[in-house]
Design a protein around this ligand. Sequence first.
Ligand code: FAD
Length: 329
Amino acid sequence: MASDVDIVVVGCGVSGLTSAIALLESGLRVAIWTRELPERTTSSIAGAIWYPYKVAPLERVAGWARRTFLELLPLAREEGSGVTLVRGVELLPRGVPDEGAEYRVCAPDLRELPTSDLPSGFARGFELSVPVCEMPLYLAYLVKRFERAGGRIERRTLREIDEAFDGAPRVVNCVGLAARELVGDTHMRAIRGQLVRVERGSVERFVLDDYDPRGVTYAIPRSRDCILGGTSDEGVEELTPDESVTRAILARCAELEPRLVDARVLSVAVGIRPGRSSVRLERERRARGTIVHNYGHGGAGVTLSWGCAREVLELCRADAAAPFGPSPK
Ligand SMILES: Cc1cc2nc3c(=O)[nH]c(=O)nc-3n(C[C@H](O)[C@H](O)[C@H](O)COP(=O)(O)OP(=O)(O)OC[C@H]3O[C@@H](n4cnc5c(N)ncnc54)[C@H](O)[C@@H]3O)c2cc1C
């Protein structure tokens, strides 16, 4: 088969774009095939704060998250990248396991707050700076970076992943939730999330409470607005925003950040996280070539993106150096 690219990446969300850039910038020829352009992907809806959420397994997630943190830091200094470093507070109520301990240490300026500084009802609090990706801007930056380096994005809707072998003998699968249909992955589960975008006002710091029994609660200031969340409804795929949920999110966020009382609502968005029992990042041999799967990042696709993309590159290199044996008859 004659082909002008070495690798086809399927999917143009944050996983597809970062994988494609890692491959392209290593000298490979890469095309992205995608049903939707970035602005219509789940990735475009994300908050998107660097923080692992609803994703497993911990031992791999921690490494991917650390690596991504390190790659986002220089981007936060790059004009027009859409990435900023935002300082804020993570709060923990009494009696919950500290699941963030593994991740939080990535922030060089991490400090535990004295109990006297905590809002009432919380047992511990941590102040730290983490990258926030303003997704519409950040995805546009990634597209530009990919295309400037010679990458090509094509609109194509595949019915099964093997169709991508028409383009190249190696395929990277970054289709998110659509892995259910494209590779018949029965481990995928939808996790619905609703966000409210409000005027930023004087909010400067993020605030995050993962453990509120009424729902995960966070406020993330961006350049021109503030993203408030959220919800996490497993198995729900309804895309219409729920007005009562919007009101509840506004109330919970105003409890944590009083500057948000009466904040003007600009828009409400719903997205479906590509949940999975564990991220699928592995090489698979098929009759027509090799697939590297990179999907199932739950509520942490942005947080893990560069770490996963670098591992995609390593797997593709390993495959070029030592391809799987001949396919079984
Ligand atoms: C409300 C909400 C808040 C979130 N907040 C955060 C956050 O703060 N931090 C964070 O790290 N993460 C967050 N996430 C999670 C994050 O958005 C996802 O993990 C991430 O976007 C997944 O990216 P992806 O590229 O794997 O998939 P997607 O963005 O879904 O991209 C999939 C791509 O595959 C393409 N595709 C699908 N089917 C086909 C087909 N048949 N043929 C060709 N192409 C196809 C699509 O068109 C798309 O381009 C949030 C998610 C939601 C919903």
